[in-house]
Design a protein around this ligand. Structure first.
Ligand code: BG6
Length: 479
């Protein structure tokens, strides 16, 4: 295979110990991601120890991995499979002894000492048990761990979880993953803002009317009823992905690209946030949710949420950020939309088309194509002076380097292996987000019904009025 990433130094020799190795995330994202990191030569010296509470053997784990690749990687050659399979070791049962033995087996005969990365693809209750096992097995020292959300369910539980983690691992060893921050398009927000002179001067309350971060999902529960019922849209998507993306959009220029500098600016955004109260929020539940298998027939869990929040600092005071996400909605999209203020005075008369399609906008699409669009009013060709909404659009797919896009998990595993914490969240950041959520969590507004395949309950329009939601788009992206 051609090495598309030859300009990058390969990561250090590493053993990834994958907890929850036979779960859904592992099958869909982690095993394919690890496979690509080896075939791309980004992690040429990788060993993987898989473990979970499922009843597997070395042979059945290999079958699981092969199926995962067949389903999510497509056709891979026998040679590529053989090269990957030789790196896999199964550790049965999850006990300290079995784990220690499996890691020793995986690393036997290697010339150089391996770094160790423990990937905890397990629910929070299980995470603490895993951390204890790692401690008992003597596998914690000098290692890094990747943890999956939810990082607690409120401020108290987040503090307890962080304190328990810190009994075994120092904060520098802990990598809390938020896969939205591993998306190319999320990183492109930083490039766009801080690598150009053009945009930063207008990135300000003087020029910007409001910002929308809109992530509707067409998907439903996907066999995750038990998880979702206890979690809901706010904890599943907002405290994690949407607010993290908001931090990239709102933060000040960091003093450098170093992880600590970026983390500090993100955490300043969180510290500046005003508390989110019940009046700022519309919670929704799609009709039929209570009849889903595994869902309480009287469930008050929200499958949809739209909210307004404020970053109350010099740059953003008074500028509303509108966030929305939900399941079983009309379309799956992930956009950030920056709406600029109207010009102070207009020579264009009513009826000319001015303002007819909302304000001028900058839009980021967080899908893999990493699209951006600047929409503005321009003259309609022909006699008179009529205005149309036009746009300049960009897509990574049009560049020569589109084949280099790393899938979010692939990118973040590589960063964790290299010890680069830039795209990971800290205990302090997570705890602050629970703090601003306190009022909402203790006094949530009622859930409003919405029909599947729509954009949410009607109340969403009052929430944003006199403004309007950008989605559904009036005009589709250019193909
Ligand atoms: C996950 C949530 O973190 O993100 C899911 O638990 C959601 O409910 C998913 O569907 C969305 O991620 P992506 O990358 O598919 O947009």
């Amino acid at each position: 295979m051609v090495d598309k990433h030859a300009s990058l130094n390969p990561g250090p020799p590493t053993t990834v110990v994958l907890f929850g190795a036979t779960g859904d995330l592992s099958k869909r994202k982690l095993i394919p991601g690890l496979f690509r990191l080896t075939t791309n030569e980004l992690l040429p010296h990788l060993r993987i120890v898989g473990t979970s509470l499922d009843d597997h053997t070395q042979e059945s784990f290999l079958n699981f991995a092969r199926e995962s690749l067949a389903q999510f990687e497509g056709n891979i050659s026998d040679e590529e499979w053989a090269n990957f399979a030789r790196r896999l070791t199964w550790a049965p049962g999850g006990t300290a002894k079995a784990l220690k033995k499996a890691v020793a087996k995986a690393e036997a005969g290697l010339d150089e000492p391996q770094n160790r990365l423990h990937y905890l693809s397990v629910p929070p209750q299980a995470a603490l048990a895993v951390i204890k096992t790692l401690d008992q097995a003597g596998l914690a020292e000098g290692a890094r761990i990747v943890m999956e959300k939810p990082f607690g369910t409120d401020l108290e539980s987040a503090r307890r979880l962080n304190a328990s983690v810190h009994e075994v691992f120092d904060e520098e060893q802990v990598f809390r993953i938020d896969h939205f921050l591993g998306k190319e398009a999320a990183l492109n927000i930083l490039a766009f803002r801080f690598a150009n002179g053009l945009f930063e001067p207008i990135w300000h309350r003087n020029m910007i009317d409001h910002i929308q971060i809109d992530v509707p999902e067409a998907l439903g529960l996907e066999q995750r009823a038990a998880f979702y019922e206890a979690t809901g849209a706010y904890r599943d998507m907002v405290v994690t992905h949407l607010l993290q993306v908001m931090a990239f959009t709102a933060m000040e220029a960091p003093t450098s690209l170093a992880p600590a500098a970026i983390t500090e600016e993100k955490n300043k955004v969180f510290r500046s946030m005003l508390p989110i109260g019940p009046d700022d929020v519309v919670r929704g539940q799609y009709s039929g949710y209570r009849n889903e298998d595994g869902v309480d027939p009287e469930s008050e869990t929200e499958t949809f949420i739209a909210l307004r929040c404020f970053v109350d600092n010099w740059r953003w005071a008074g500028v509303p950020f509108y966030l929305r996400t939900g399941k079983n909605m009309a379309e799956g999209m992930r956009i950030i939309s920056i709406a600029f203020k109207e010009p102070p005075k207009s020579m264009f008369p009513p009826g000319s088309g001015i303002g007819q399609s909302g304000p001028d906008h900058l839009t980021f699409d967080l899908a893999d194509e990493s699209k951006m669009s600047l929409s503005f009013y321009g003259k309609r060709p022909g006699p008179g002076f009529r205005l149309d909404k036009l746009s300049m659009q960009f897509s990574v797919g049009e560049t020569n380097s589109s084949a280099h896009v790393l899938e979010a998990y692939e990118r973040l595993i590589l960063d964790a292996v290299r010890g680069d914490r830039t795209l990971f969240t800290t205990a302090a950041g997570v705890e602050r987000l629970w703090e601003v959520s306190k009022e909402l969590i203790s006094d949530p507004p009622p859930v409003r019904p919405y029909a599947k395949g729509t954009w949410g309950p009607n109340q969403i329009h009052q929430l944003i009025a006199p403004r309007a939601w950008r989605l559904p788009f009036e005009r589709a992206w250019r193909g």
